[in-house]
Ligand binder design. Structure first.
Ligand code: ATR
Length: 349
């Protein structure tokens, strides 16, 4: 029970990539505090939650300029006051914008620089520890975007570079311009397509792996009950996996997780997180939560030990046929469509 509450569980530290970045072995996804998962939560409560996370050893904070947009970075910036900044590893992202009400993905050098400067201002910090390209701009060679990120490192505005939802080939090309410290991707018991190509490429290049939505956006924690709480502002309503025609099938996966969690004496969330933690010491899951009790429970996942037999059983229940529906609707860019034109064809305008 104590472990279930995360009590007495020390959050280990880990290296992300080969450039010196060290983070807590579990991070905190801050998105849901301000955006996409229903109405924004009260600032005061979220600042208390972030402080509790940091005091508990979860010091790797994940945000993006598009969460809100902008309000999540402002919130995180407020939480960093009073000496907290020095105790955390701060990750944010650029690349998705809603200019003129239209979603756009931009990796143009001038845009990258302006986005970074705006994030520094909102977060009210001198330097971002890990700066990710949130989605790859496929209109220009990745080398062009990376060239500007490299300059930002040289100027001390960012310490380490990350990519999110990038293909193996894009990761490889980017890494040749400047070492990439972390690749962020959706990796969980029900999102495993990255295992074929993207994960092996990160490992070959010594790049750290940050697993977002490790709880299947809450479905692996609470199953269909989660859907009852969806409000109008909750974008999960529109994701293929939560549509009625797929849900009926996907519920079976949740039910198996509940059964196995019971035999392991942990909660479904802890089992799902433990599965990610057991993928290797180069993998850092960043579950999102807005509640202290859930954060404590997630820390408790670090004490759940899975045997090779448990892993094999989980791998079976989390196979591709166990899940119906894509991760995103077709208009949302993922690593599958993140290859960029060859540098040789590029003519700057
Ligand atoms: P994302 O990376 O997109 O935030 P996730 O980490 O897979 O996705 O899941 C986040 C969801 O899981 C949130 O809806 C969160 O709800 P709360 O804000 O209410 O916590 C839910 N969640 C996180 N930890 C949980 C836990 N231990 N038990 C139940 N639900 C949890």
């Amino acid at each position: 029970m104590a472990a279930e509450q995360g009590e007495g569980v020390k959050v280990p530290r880990m290296k992300l990539g080969s450039q010196g970045l060290e983070v807590s072995a579990q991070g905190l996804g801050c998105m849901g505090m301000s955006a996409f998962y229903g109405p924004p939560k009260p600032d005061g409560d979220m600042i208390t939650l972030i402080h509790h996370a940091v005091d508990s050893g979860v010091t790797f904070l994940d945000t993006s300029d598009i969460y809100g947009p902008h309000t999540n970075e402002i919130l995180v910036g407020k939480a960093l006051k009073g000496g907290v900044r020095e105790r955390v590893e701060l990750a944010t992202k650029f690349g998705i914008s809603f200019a003129d009400g239209k979603r756009d993905i931009c990796g143009d050098p001038a845009y990258v620089r302006a986005a970074c400067e705006a994030s520094l201002k909102r977060l009210d910090v001198d330097c971002i520890d890990l700066y990710y390209q949130h989605r790859v701009d496929t209109r220009l060679p990745i080398e062009i975007t990376m060239g500007e990120l490299k300059k930002l490192v040289e100027e001390g505005k960012i310490k380490y570079i990350g990519l999110s939802e990038a293909s193996a080939s894009t990761i490889r090309r980017a890494h040749a311009v400047h070492p990439i410290s972390a690749v962020q991707l959706e990796w969980s018991l029900w999102s495993r397509d990255v295992e074929e190509d993207v994960i092996p490429t990160c490992r070959e290049l010594g790049i750290g792996i940050v697993a977002y939505s490790p709880l299947g956006r809450g479905f692996l924690s609470s199953g269909p009950k989660m859907l009852e709480d969806f409000t109008n502002g909750d974008f999960r309503k529109y994701l293929p996996r939560f549509q009625a025609e797929n849900l009926e099938h996907n519920i079976k996966l949740y039910e198996r997780i509940v059964e196995i969690a019971e035999t392991k004496g942990c909660t479904p969330s802890q089992l799902a997180l433990a599965w990610v933690h057991h993928q290797g010491n180069d993998v850092c899951p960043i579950p999102g939560t807005t509640k202290i009790e859930n954060l404590n429970q997630n820390i408790g996942a670090l004490s759940v030990k899975l045997t090779p037999e448990d892993m094999a059983e989980l791998e079976k229940i989390g196979s591709a046929d166990a899940v119906k529906g894509d991760r995103y609707s077709p208009d949302m860019r993922t690593w599958k469509d993140s290859d960029t034109p060859p540098l040789s064809t590029w003519k700057a305008v």
